[in-house]
Structures are given as C-alpha cells and as structure tokens.
Design a protein around this ligand. Structure first.
Ligand SMILES: Nc1nc2c(ncn2[C@@H]2O[C@H](COP(=O)(O)OP(=O)(O)O)[C@@H](O)[C@H]2O)c(=O)[nH]1
Ligand SMILES: [Mg+2]
Ligand SMILES: [Zn+2]
Length: 358
C-alpha cells in the first residue's frame, strides 16, 4: 500500500503584538510581490502544546514561526519562538531595539532627579536611548536652549517636540521606522498623546493616570505593540513615576554617559572603586549629576545588602526605602508576602520629596 504523502506544513514567520489569555496576536512578515500579499496581516494564534511542555514562554515582541494558518478563519498556531535579541522585564517585551524616553519641558515641570532616574534605568537595559522633551509649545526659545545645553552636559541631545503643534513629530517618526521601540516616561508628559499622534487609529485615552496608580488596586495592564504607519512597532509602558533600579553598585557609573566617559579616559586607583571617597578616583568631581549618582548609589547598595540578606534564610531583615535613596532595615514581617506601601503613600512621599527639593 502506498503511503499517502503528507503535504508539507505551511510555515510563516511573524511578530507577536499582543498576548491575551492563551491567544497571541501575530503580525505576519509581509513581502510585497510575494503570494503572502493575499494573507491577512495579523493572525490570532494559539501555541503548540509542545512549546508549553518545554516551558517556553511566548511574549510580546517575540519572533515566531506560525504553522498551518487557516486562511479563512485567520487562525494559526505558534510552533516555535526564534532566539531573542533582547528581553525587557517590565514591561515584558522581547527584541526591543530602543527606548524612547519622553519627558515634558513644562507642565509638569522638568524635574532633573526624576529624569536622571529614568535615564539611568533606560541605560541599564543596554538598549539605545532616545530622549524627547514634549510640550515645547509651553516654553520660550531661550529656556529651550538652556535646557538643551544642560542635558548636553549630561551626554544627551534631547529632541524638543510638541504633540499639540506637530513640532518635530515627523522627524521622530523617522527615528522609529522599522524598529521596535518602547516608550517610557513619567505620567502626564504626553506619552498617550504622542502615540495617538503617530498612530491615529490607536486612540488611547489622554490625561489619564494609567494602571495601579489611578485605580489603587492591581489591574493587569497588558502590553501591546502598535504598528507604526511607516513600519516599526511602538509599545507604551504602564504609568509610574519612579522606576526601580535593579543594577549593581559597581555598574551604576556606566549608566551616566558623562561618568562613563571619565572611566574610558582614565582609571580609578581601585578596581572596585565606587567613586565616593576613594583616593585617586577619576569619576568623583564637579559634574552636575554627581549628586544624583551618589543618591542612586546608596539605593543600589541598599538593594544589594537586602538581596544578600534575603538569600540567607536566617535573615530577619527587610529593606525599607524612603524616598531619595535613604534606606534602612527593619525586621521582616512574618507573612510570606511583603507588605508594600500603597502607591498613594509612595506618591505622597515623592511629592513631599520634590517639594522639599524646591
Ligand atoms: N501643552 C501641551 N500639552 C500636551 C502636549 N501633549 C500632551 N499634552 C497634554 O498633557 C496631558 C497628559 O497627556 P497624556 O498623553 O495623557 O500623558 P501620559 O500620562 O504621558 O500618557 C494631557 O492633558 C494632554 O492634553 C503638548 O504637546 N503640549
Ligand atoms: Mg498615558
Ligand atoms: Zn572611582
């Protein structure tokens, strides 16, 4: 008896744009002039059980191979996940090329320490960082020039944009073309407005504090990659004003471009110099953000001490962080889950901190 030859499986590659329950929205790679032109561009997919068995997760941004798409129903199954070139944890997105950090030039006023913190967090991912200052319609040319000069001394050349007046938004779009970009920045700077401007079909709500902050409870905000009109993908991030720093004390200086430059031009006497009061240090000095460095250094040191203590089962200490990197230890609560300060309390403390700064 002749074995019936099985038809080869149809395989396509694509990118996961969104994950909902057990379904994956996959944007198929699109080749003009190819018969794929006839294929619907996004497929709703399930994941092959084999992938589940080997515990391979499928996440937003993943490049995947989709098998046996059902042309009529626009369904398919993810058979495998291609190796990732990068992996962000919060939000969880694979294969990101760059971070677009958006802050406002005014309203809310540009807060140097907060901006620094976001910049350091962005740099710590190792991805390229693009800095934009929105709402430039609200400031004078003179102020704009002085902000530019100041941030240049930090090692950044910010692009001033105005979503309202369409200033530099086209130029920005070209920097996003054919790349996967994650948008980050404090609440209220105009991130949702910018996405709406760049991708009119998206229509996000504006002027809304998103996520946990607004609702005071845990709402799982799912990440989604939006398709840019000229190619490329863009993801928003949940609204938060103080990103967690999870880098080690010794690497922190490298996330300040102006300090990194000093480390490339010279060498500290001690290999493990933390650039505080060690003799013959090339980093310590009169650069504007040195103070930010010291504050963030304390935070990374506290975090490291906490991590070391919590891997020790005998430990009964728990790290408490108070605003500007002041940390101390308190006896750990008996419960497994650490009791966290409410977001509202954190926000109030933060606001208090900024008021104190003025
Ligand atoms: N003056 C001015 N206001 C803007 C601009 N872009 C956004 N806004 C306003 O800033 C506020 C916050 O915007 P939103 O997009 O929700 O910020 P998000 O929290 O970063 O997503 C809203 O009231 C917007 O209308 C701009 O270019 N200029
Ligand atoms: Mg928003
Ligand atoms: Zn040093």
């Amino acid at each position: 008896m002749n074995a019936v030859e099985k038809e080869p499986k149809v395989q396509l590659t694509g990118t996961v744009l969104a994950v909902q329950a057990n379904f994956y929205q996959v944007q198929l790679d699109y080749d003009k002039g190819d018969k794929r032109e006839l294929v619907p561009l996004t497929l709703l997919c399930t994941r092959r059980t084999r992938l589940k068995k080997i515990g391979h997760s499928v996440m937003v941004g993943d490049r995947v191979i989709v098998e046996e798409p059902d042309w009529a129903g626009t369904r398919g199954a993810i058979a495998s996940v291609l190796p990732r070139s990068s992996l962000l944890d919060r939000p969880a997105i694979a294969n990101v090329d760059q971070i677009l950090l958006v802050f406002a030039a005014a309203d809310p006023p540009l807060e140097p320490y907060q901006l620094s913190r976001f910049l350091v967090k962005a740099e710590s991912t190792g991805l390229d960082v693009v800095l934009c200052l929105n709402k430039c319609d609200l400031i004078s040319d003179t102020l704009q020039a002085s902000i530019f000069e100041r941030l240049s001394s930090w090692g950044y050349q910010p692009t001033f944009i105005s979503v309202y007046n369409s200033i530099n938004t086209e130029a920005l779009l070209s920097r996003l073309q054919n790349k996967t970009t994650v948008l980050a920045g404090a609440s209220g700077v105009g991130k949702s407005s910018l996405i709406n401007k760049l991708i009119p079909s998206v229509n996000l709500r504006v002027g809304e504090v998103s996520g946990k902050l607004a609702k005071g409870r845990h709402t799982t905000r799912h990440v989604e990659l939006f398709e840019l009109p000229n190619g490329g993908l863009l993801a928003d991030t949940p609204g938060f004003n103080q990103p967690d720093l999870d880098c080690s004390p010794s690497e922190l200086a490298y996330y300040f471009p102006e300090a990194k430059q000093k480390l490339e031009e010279g060498t500290c006497r001690f290999g493990d110099c933390l650039h505080r009061d060690e003799p013959s240090c090339v980093v310590r000095g009169d650069w504007e953000r040195y103070e930010h460095y010291l504050v963030l250094l304390e935070e990374t040191l506290s975090r490291q001490a906490y991590l070391n203590s919590s891997t020790d089962p005998e430990s009964t200490l728990k790290l408490k962080t108070k605003g500007k990197g002041e940390s101390h230890y308190e006896p750990k609560l008996e419960t497994k889950k650490y009791r966290q300060k409410s977001r509202r309390t954190q926000l109030q403390e933060l606001q208090q901190f900024y008021q104190d700064e003025d």
